[in-house]
Write a protein that binds this ligand. Sequence first.
Ligand SMILES: Cc1cc2nc3c(=O)[nH]c(=O)nc-3n(C[C@H](O)[C@H](O)[C@H](O)COP(=O)(O)OP(=O)(O)OC[C@H]3O[C@@H](n4cnc5c(N)ncnc54)[C@H](O)[C@@H]3O)c2cc1C
Ligand code: FES
Length: 398
Amino acid sequence: MAPGQPGDAERERIAEALLTTAVGGPHGSRRRGRFHTLRVAAVRPLTEDAVEVTFAVPEEVRDEFDYLAGQHVALRAMLDGREVRRSYSLCRAVDAGGGGDGPRTISIAIKRDAGGRFSTWAQTELKVGDAIDVMNPQGSFTSTLADLDGAHVAGIAAGSGITPLMALAATVLARSATSRFTLVYTNRSSLDVMFLDDLSDLKDRYPTRLALHHVLSREQRTAPLLSGRLDEPRLRRILDDLVLPDTVDEWFLCGPFPLVQLCRDTLADLGVDSAHVRYELFTPADGPRDEPPAGGPVHIAEDEPVTRIDFTLDGQSQSVDSPVAARESILTAALRVRPDVPFACAGGVCGTCRARLLQGSVTMTENYALEPDELERGYVLTCQSHPTSDAVVVDYDV
Ligand SMILES: Cc1cc2nc3c(=O)[nH]c(=O)nc-3n(C[C@H](O)[C@H](O)[C@H](O)COP(=O)(O)OP(=O)(O)OC[C@H]3O[C@@H](n4cnc5c(N)ncnc54)[C@H](O)[C@@H]3O)c2cc1C
Ligand code: FES
């Protein structure tokens, strides 16, 4: 055991306390990310540049793929000799692909990003029968409502941001006969609308409980309010006339950073408590990151100052020295000695690299994934955490 690292009893106490929190409500549990090889069971075109990909989940790993509506999985592939990982939200209602003992299938939707490495590859290359590494579901873009009876949940999505909201809307509506969901979904034109038929099927199924508002920025709709860019004046009018913020118990926002920021600011201005507003970004605010370094060896001179990083993963404690001058993240250093340290985006948005800081201090460059209560409990994103003390101790298991 590293000096100052908590003993087994203390670790068990922390783990138990966290587990109690995680299962205290129906949502919000986090588990350590692990890849499993799944086979593609179906590929369904959604628009000209988006596909739904369904994976078969073998019985032996079904419990690992149990998920909460709003969570995502990371996919891993070797492209041009380099490992690439990308996250994709699960789009089907929880329970839709299973029989109670974990889902038999899981589905994601991938929209091709112009010039994007993974999404272009997935769109053109992924075929039924292919095997690909898929991480078990992660993320906390999930409902915190303990009781959905009579609840009104609202979602605002743009483009591929609809994917987690499809799962959330279908699950919220299916789980209670008295819940309501209002969805505002913005796209350029009707040709860009992902899940167009699935959304109208959902509307047919829940005509009075689902309110669905498509906003098209470059196509004229019958209602002028729903035609044009979703800027602040239009958003305010949609909220006032169609969503009625005072009646909403929980909000979900998913889309590009400027839209999510606009929605958060506007809701705050309307007096909505930020504790009821959950959001997810698909890319960091300042754009995509390069793939993280593969954790290769670094040369450390004899008298060079280093930070000692102790971490625990799967009950195994390990140490790695990181040259202070290198300003490495904990993740980059840890990957040097444990290639299975969990991560996906390496940009502070997906939360897969989360660990609890038990000792020492760090600065986090970005955080779009951890909730305030997680920060208070000492969680950090290791892909964004740079030690500011001589030694740090983190635990990926709690
Ligand atoms: C939690 C989470 C959930 C997600 N869910 C979904 C989902 O459900 N559906 C979905 O489609 N996507 C989702 N994403 C986004 C997804 O993970 C990928 O980021 C997306 O598919 C683009 O990946 P790519 O490899 O194709 O593009 P990248 O190669 O990463 O490039 C992205 C864009 O940036 C440009 N670019 C790349 N490098 C640079 C650079 N150095 N400078 C300037 N521009 C550059 C590219 O041309 C491209 O337009 C999610 C992301 C997260 C974090
Ligand atoms: S790997 Fe995505 S937040 Fe760190």
